[in-house]
Structure formats: C-alpha cells, structure tokens
Design a protein around this ligand. Structure first.
Ligand code: SF4
Length: 200
C-alpha cells in the first residue's frame, strides 16, 4: 500500500509526487519508506489528479487545521496537480494550505511560477538549507548545479510579492555559524527563517 495522504503529529500531508531534481544529503527519503502514520510514501506511480481527489474524499481529516504539500518528492514537480488540489481543498475545507518546497520550481518549469503558486496556497515554506551557493550545492546536489541557489532565492523574493506568509527553513545540523549567516541572509531578503531541529 502507498500513501498519498498521511498524518505526522497534528498535521496532514499530501504526498503527490516522488520526483525531485535534488539529492539532499539529509533527505528523509534515504532513512526509510515512510514518516508519521504513513505505510509507504514511495508511490507505485505518480498519482493522477483524480486519484489525489479520491484520496482526499476518503480521508478523515479529524481536527486538522492545516494541510501541507510535502512528501517523498518535490511538490512543484507536480505543479498542475498541486494547484488543482489546492483549489479543490479550498472549495471544500476551511484548512490553511502550506507548500513545503525546495524553491526550484522556476528551474523545473523554465519560467516564473511564484504568482500561480501563491494564488493557490496560503503559505510557502522554502528550504534555504545553506547561506551560500557553494555549501548549498554541496548538500542539496541539485541537477541544475550552482545556479540553483540564486534561483531559489529569487523564487522566495517573488513569492513575498504575492503572499504574506513566506518562510525559509534551515536544519540545525548545519552548525551555529551557518545558521547565523542564514539568519542574516533571510533578514536581508525580508523573509523569516525557521531553524528546524534535525530528526530522522
Ligand atoms: S529537495 Fe526534499 S525531497 Fe528532494 S532530495 Fe532534498 S530533501 Fe529530499
């Protein structure tokens, strides 16, 4: 069995794709087949819009207040479904919708994508990961190489034009100095930074 929807702590997550243009050294996908209450986040095949809608219709959201696009892949790889599903959820539920992303959507789709994404969701959380292109490329290992860092920053700044709730995240394992540098960079760009505690 594979999971399109799963719960982790108090939040509900949409796992709509396994595709990703990165190979982050810390990627949770390398630590097992699932997180939270999911059985298996490796999808047998990329789910269609119809399959995702059916999974939503069948799911008991309980006390959920926020749903998050985040799974064993980069959600913007399935951009059309992400936007369609956000609309589908907004029409039916009172949930906030958050996108957790590597911020490389513009490189993936070879065009600016911030506006359409920000019109669809309520919050965009972007993995900053590192405060400079060299160390970012070293740990994120994106197929696009070093241009990825600037593209990710531009995407974040673009999102901020359309949406109030845009955030960066780093994981504390990068060390205090890199966290400090990340804080400075985030501040310069006017985007709040959340430092996450690393957990496998
Ligand atoms: S961007 Fe996310 S899904 Fe892709 S390799 Fe990095 S941590 Fe894993």
């Amino acid at each position: 069995m594979t999971d399109i929807i799963y719960r982790y702590k108090d939040q509900v997550y949409f796992n709509i794709t396994n595709q990703c243009p990165c190979r982050c050294t810390f990627c949770i996908r390398s630590h097992g087949n699932a997180v939270g209450d999911a059985q298996n986040l490796w999808l047998k095949q990329e789910p269609s819009l119809k399959e995702i809608k059916e999974a939503i219709d069948a799911y008991d959201f309980g006390e959920c207040k926020e749903v998050i696009f985040c799974g064993y892949g980069e959600p913007t790889m399935a951009l059309e479904n992400l936007i369609a599903i956000s609309r589908y959820v907004k029409e039916r539920y009172p949930f906030r919708i958050r996108l957790n992303t590597n911020g490389l959507s513009d490189l993936i789709h070879k065009r600016s994508t911030a506006k359409e994404i920000c019109e669809a969701v309520d919050c965009v959380s972007i993995s900053l990961n590192m405060p400079d292109a060299e160390s970012y490329t070293e740990i994120v290992r994106p197929v696009y190489g070093e241009v990825s860092f600037d593209a990710m920053l531009k995407f974040a700044v673009d999102c901020k034009k359309y949406l109030e709730d845009v955030r960066f995240t780093v994981v504390d394992v990068i060390g205090e100095e890199k966290v400090r540098e990340s804080q400075k960079l985030a501040q310069r760009l006017g985007i709040p930074l959340r430092v996450r505690v690393y957990s496998k």
